[in-house]
Each structure stands twice: as C-alpha cells, then as structure tokens.
Write a protein that binds this ligand. Structure first.
Ligand code: BG6
Length: 510
C-alpha cells in the first residue's frame, strides 16, 4: 500500500504541512540523463519518506520507443544506480506500478492530442492536477509550452485543479533569449505556474544561508560593509566536461555556473531580510541584489574578469586531457572552463565590499564555499608581541562536500608570553544531524508539488542575472586573441591571482 498522508514524517514533533494533492507528474524527456540521474531517484526517495500522496501518477514522455514495462525497468535501474539510499524493493515496485510511458515527438502538435486523451481518460484515472517537467533540450521548451497551451493542458480545466510547469536550466543563452523564453512561457502559463529550477537552491547548505543569517541574532549586525572586508565564493570542480562537450562548449563556465548557481549564492548572502519567508518576499529581496550589482563596462571586463581553459594535467592523481582534446569540443574553441571575477554591489549595505567569484572545471578538488572575511581589529597592539601574522576573522560557509560552517579567530597560545595563533571553530552537518540529507531535487520537486515557489527563480530574477552576465559576454566578445590557460589540477590561471592581488587579497585554498 502507498504511504498515507498521515504517515508522513515529522520533524522534531512538528508535522510539516507539505502534502501534495493527488497529481500527475508528466516528465518530458523521460528517457534522458537528467530523468535517470536525478528525477527518478528523487521520486523514489520522496515516496520512501512518505511525502507522495497515494494518488501520484507518473507519465514519462520522450521520443524513444519504450513499452510501459521497459520504461519501468529503466526507472528501477536508475534508482538502483543513483539513489542516495539502498532501494527498498516494495517502495520501488509501488513507484513503478504508478508509472506509464508515452512515445512522442515534442515538436509534433498532433501527439499532444493523444497525450491529452490519455491524461483525461477516466479509465486511466490520472489525477487532474498536472505537474509538467521539461527535462528536454532547451530548444524544445517553446514548442512544448505552446502545444500544451493549444491543447488546453496549460490551464486547469475547472477552478478546482492546478497545472504547474518546472523548467530546467539552461534558461536562455543570453538576456535576449531568456526574455524570449519567458515570453513563450507566459503566452500559455501564468508566472505563478512556472517553476524555474536552480538545483543549488535545493541544497540544504544553501537554504541554511538564510537560516544562519536570519534565525540568529548575532551575525546580522556584522553583515555589512562596516565589518566585512571581502567575500569570496568558490565553486570548484575536479570533473571536466564529463561527456557534455557539445552543450558545454556552447555555454562555458560563465553561463553554466555563474549566471545561475553563483549569482543565487551572491543574492542569498547579500539580500536584505525579507518581510516573511514567502516566495515573493524572498525573491523580491534577491532580485534587488541582482539589480544592485554594478554592470560591467568593457574596461571592467578587462580588469575584473578572467576566463581560462584547462590544459592537460593531473587531477586527484589521474592524468586528464586538456579542454580542447575533450570529445565534442571545437578544436579552436575559446569557451572558458574557468572564470573569476569581481562584483561590486552598489547599495548601502555593500558599497565598496568586493565579492570575488571563481568557478572552474578540472581544479584540484570539488569544493563549494563562501568565505566572508572581516576587517581586522582597529588597533592591532598584539603585533608588538611574538605574533608573526594575525589573519583576519573568516567565516566560511562550506556548501559541499564537507558541509559545515567554520569561524577563524585569533587565540592565545598557552605559555608565558603573548603569542597569538589563528584557530577554527567548526560546525559540521554530519556530526550535528543524523541521516543523509535529501538531495536538492527531492526538496525542489516536493516544493513544486505543494505549490511553494520560494526556491525557484522568478522571471525578473532570471532576467536580472542575465543582464549582468550579458554585460560580461559583450566585453569578452569584443576581446580577440587566445584566452589564458591553466593546467588541469591547479587552482586556475595566474591572471586570476593577479586580479585579486591588485586589491590586496588572495584566493583561498579550500
Ligand atoms: C550544473 C552544471 O548545473 O551544475 C554542471 O551544468 C556542474 O556543469 C553542476 O557540474 C554542478 O552541480 P553540483 O551540484 O555538483 O555542484
């Protein structure tokens, strides 16, 4: 039997009111990599934890020819391979029993009539709340949205049901294409129905940024230009383009990581307290941050951005090829696999505080962290003592993989003289909380199922992020010649070190 709503988990004795109505989850692109790696395991774990209603049906749609049985076996294999938990066969069987598959070409309008017939056939018994998921190549988004609209599937057919659509990244390629895509979606969907996914917002440690800032009294008073010297955000990956060369070579690190994930991190770190923890209140504050970031002039792009490509090298003890030797990469590609830049936020809280961002593939290790460096004490009389170097206080929010928070401060070394050494106070998720945290996609799918869009990006947010990124792209487009390189397995090109050192800072080594 499928878990009943009443059996849903409790947290510290509180029953969370997050139980979806019966609904049908329609996955466009159900034969693809994202569905296998992320969506099926997330659905399995949501079912295992009792979050899914008994009447939750899944309909996979893709071009590939599958029968229902074959598709169900695909789901089983995907869950076995990618689930964070060792799968339980009874739960897995239930998930599969609730699943069907339809072969369809997303661009062929006629096939949406067949889809509609199946969805609305009383014999099939699909719940009439629809959650559509676009896990297809982005080129298919406009066609799917418009065909859903013209077949009357984009709006509830009565006042009692709901229809929502989750749109995967990349959401556009630049500002114009993002605006155009928003336009396509809005022709058929209302903004309140659209859930633009950024999986970073589903990460526990990313959500904890808001809790850390706004559920504690002691940090917020320090969270200003008066006390903070600089902020560094690093998203380092040891992986290369990992079989996604044709997509990545068109995108590059700026579009792939900065426009979405990293600017989301910036907005959570820099936003003002929202009036409530509600979707629009939170997103209103985030969008204000994005709009306050100073756009890049051509000169700023030259001075305060660095892009680079990896050459062959050694990562985690393994020899790896250079970017240009990866499959599906153009031999003369100038696409960046690394980007570093300095942002300035022109508002009262942050005026003059540099935010340094860097992300890259084939760096020495996987590490995402936000490091907030505080100004030094105003009068440093311990310098007269036997203290070689007193590092400034540093608060590091470790997003992954060693999830936690650490605070660096100076402490007296025991002994008869005054000698100061920096030490760390550490909080580690793994030791303070039990169990494996849910995957980002579990959280985000559940949110979309219950109609909570707080952790999804709104139209104005995505466009503000693209406006900023487009100002950088324009500067890069004007610059000719080769781009810098770095050896795989190093922390990036020396140009990035030179950039930050001009401001008297250095990159951290996570
Ligand atoms: C994706 C990018 O959005 O995020 C990938 O397209 C990148 O290139 C990935 O590897 C990183 O996500 P995570 O969760 O592993 O940090």
């Amino acid at each position: 039997m499928i878990n009943a709503i009443a059996e849903a988990p409790t947290r510290d004795g509180l029953i969370e009111r997050r139980h979806p109505d019966p609904f049908t989850f329609v996955i466009f692109g159900a034969a693809g990599d994202l569905a296998h790696r992320k969506l099926f395991p997330a659905l399995y774990n949501l079912m295992f934890d009792g979050w899914l209603p008994a009447e939750c049906r899944i309909l996979g749609v893709a071009r590939r020819q599958y029968g229902d049985a074959e598709f169900r076996e695909e789901i089983r294999a995907a869950v076995m391979r990618y689930s964070r938990r060792q799968p339980d066969s009874e739960v897995l069987d239930r998930l599969m029993a609730n699943t069907m598959y339809v072969t369809a070409d997303f661009n062929d309008g006629a096939q949406y009539q067949a889809l509609k017939t199946i969805l609305q056939d009383p014999e099939q018994g699909f719940p009439q709340n629809y959650l559509f998921y676009l896990a297809t190549p982005p080129s298919a988004y406009p066609a799917i949205a418009s065909h859903l609209g013209s077949h009357g599937l984009a709006r509830p057919f009565d006042g009692k049901h709901w229809v929502r659509i989750i749109v995967e990244k990349p959401f556009g390629h630049d500002l114009d294409s993002a605006v155009a895509l928003n336009g396509h979606l809005h022709q058929v969907f209302d903004e309140s129905q659209i859930y633009r996914i950024d999986h970073y917002l589903g990460k526990e440690t990313v959500q904890n940024i808001l809790v850390f800032r706004f559920a504690n009294g002691i940090f917020e008073p320090l969270w200003t230009r008066q006390y903070i010297d600089q902020v560094q955000i690093t998203v380092a990956e040891s992986l290369g383009v990992a079989g996604r060369g044709s997509y990545y070579d068109q995108a590059g690190a700026l579009r792939d990581m900065v426009q979405n994930h990293m600017l989301q991190l910036v907005s959570l770190i820099a936003m003002e307290p929202p009036v409530a923890f509600e979707a629009d209140a939170v997103r209103d504050e985030k969008v204000k941050v994005l709009r306050s970031i100073r756009p890049f002039t051509t000169r700023d792009v030259a001075d305060w951005t660095v892009r680079a490509q990896y050459e062959g090298g050694t990562v985690e003890g393994e020899p790896v090829p250079g970017y240009l030797d990866e499959p599906d990469i153009a031999s003369d590609s100038r696409t960046e696999s690394y980007v570093a830049l300095r942002l300035l936020i022109d508002n009262w809280r942050w005026a003059g505080v540099p935010f340094y961002l860097r992300t890259g593939k084939r760096l020495p290790k996987r590490a995402t962290e936000i490091a907030i460096q505080f100004k030094t004490a105003p009068h440093r009389f311990f310098l007269q003592t036997d203290t070689p170097e007193l590092a400034p206080n540093l608060l590091t929010l470790k997003i992954q993989p060693d999830e936690g928070i650490s605070l660096r401060f100076g402490a007296k070394v025991p002994g008869p003289a005054i000698k100061v050494r920096t030490v760390n106070m550490e909080f580690l998720y793994g030791t303070s909380f039990d169990g494996t945290p849910p995957e980002a996609y579990e959280r985000l799918l559940l949110d979309a199922m219950v109609g909570d869009s707080t952790l999804f990006t709104r139209k104005d947010e995505v466009e503000a992020a693209w406006a900023l990124v487009s100002s950088i792209l324009r500067g890069w487009w004007r610059a000719r010649g080769p781009i810098p390189t770095y050896d795989a397995g190093t922390w990036g090109p020396e140009e990035a070190d030179a950039m930050i050192e001009r401001n008297g800072f250095r990159w951290r080594k996570p």
